[in-house]
Design a protein around this ligand. Structure first.
Ligand code: PLP
Ligand code: COI
Length: 340
């Protein structure tokens, strides 16, 4: 038993080190064997590719304790596939799906005592990441890399849990046309920090980023995709080449279709927002976070679902997804990976 002293009911989305993490190194054209370590520090050469030219990609997924006491992860195979796509785009050697899943299984199994209990609503957030360790001074890919996966217990991403938030239309873009918006690379998040701090200092919880080419279509926020519900109950989610293909969004689309909702995945105009009854952000960290209001340079778009609670359609999707993740609803085949 690890010495775990945590107030499970008051967890926020913050880092705290747990017992073990996974490390593997890439050198001489191949990945070495990975292993667990207790060392939470990384020592790097001053000229490492990550420090000079930002060669890094990452993932985010969660492990849960189910109501009947099992330990599970949600669709980790899709995180493995997305990390392979991200690595290729940044000219990095991808970690195989097998190695990725082995790292997930080993880290979860080694830190079982750090997984929040079912009743707390929390989870063990897993952060796999891959970065350039070899020195590079001319602009080119590094020859050496490290893959790590650490875990940290988390509660809600937004401080008020699932209370509706207010967001603003950003004046900044998070991605470029034909750029890297569709991959999970740290550089996209560095790009978004100034926009995030600007939104916060103006009293908003998050940004709504627009498409970088025309600034007329809705893209996503800094860490989640959008879901909208029309007044007649159709679910609409933006389709774009410069947003992250969210695993939560793809799962919710499947759940919605199974529940009998009509779903449209298509470009969504900023001008359409007034047609929607509900709006939410979806992602691993956020799960579904309702948006009560979007402010576009002084013009307020208040969704009929209001500022008090999540609207009825998003609530139905949220409860079904949480039920699948926490083992109280039946999961589609292959969605849940049990850790023994
Ligand atoms: N969009 C961005 C920019 C993100 O960082 C995330 C988080 O991973 C998401 C969307 C949601 O993706 P997922 O549901 O796979 O966590
Ligand atoms: C996630 O949802 O896992 C994310 O990575 C979003 C954010 C914390 C960057």
């Amino acid at each position: 038993m690890a010495n775990v002293n945590i107030d499970w009911d008051n967890l926020s989305f913050a880092y705290q080190p747990v017992s073990k993490r996974y490390v593997a190194n890439y050198k001489d054209g191949k990945w070495g064997k990975g292993a667990l370590t207790e060392d939470a520090t990384v020592t790097l050469n001053e000229c490492a590719g990550i420090l000079q030219y930002c060669q890094e990609v990452f993932e985010g997924l969660k492990a849960y304790k189910t109501k009947d006491g099992r330990v599970v992860t949600f669709r980790p195979d899709l995180n493995a596939e997305r990390m392979i796509d991200s690595a290729k785009r940044l000219e990095m050697p991808p970690v195989s799906k097998e190695m990725f899943l082995e790292a997930v299984d080993q880290v979860v199994a080694a830190n079982v005592d750090w997984i929040p209990p079912y009743e707390s609503g929390g989870s063990l957030y897993l952060r796999p990441y891959l970065f350039a360790t070899g020195p590079v001074i001319g602009v080119k890919p590094s020859d050496e890399y490290q893959f790590r996966l650490f875990a940290t217990p988390v509660g809600s991403y937004f401080k008020n849990g699932i209370k509706p938030i207010t967001i603003c239309v950003s004046d900044f873009d998070r991605a470029a046309p034909h750029g890297t918006g569709h991959i999970k690379a740290g550089l996209n998040y560095a790009m978004s920090l100034h926009a995030y701090m600007t939104a916060h200092s103006n009293g908003f919880d998050e940004n709504m980023f627009l498409d970088p080419a025309t600034r007329t279509y809705v893209e996503e926020t800094g860490g989640a995709n959008f879901l909208f519900v029309t007044k007649d109950g159709t679910i609409v989610t933006p389709k774009s080449d410069s947003i992250l293909p969210s695993i939560t969004r793809r799962s919710l689309v499947h759940i919605a279709e199974t529940l009998g909702y009509k779903v449209e995945q298509r470009p969504v105009k900023l001008a359409e927002l007034t047609d929607f009854a509900e709006c939410g952000l979806c992602g691993t960290a956020a799960v579904i976070c309702p948006v009560g209001k979007v402010v576009d340079h002084g013009k307020e778009i208040a969704f009929p679902s209001g500022m008090k609670e999540m609207g009825p359609v998003l609530t139905k999707l949220y409860e079904t997804l949480r039920g699948i993740q926490l083992g109280t609803a039946e999961a589609p085949a292959g969605w849940i990976r049990e850790i023994k």
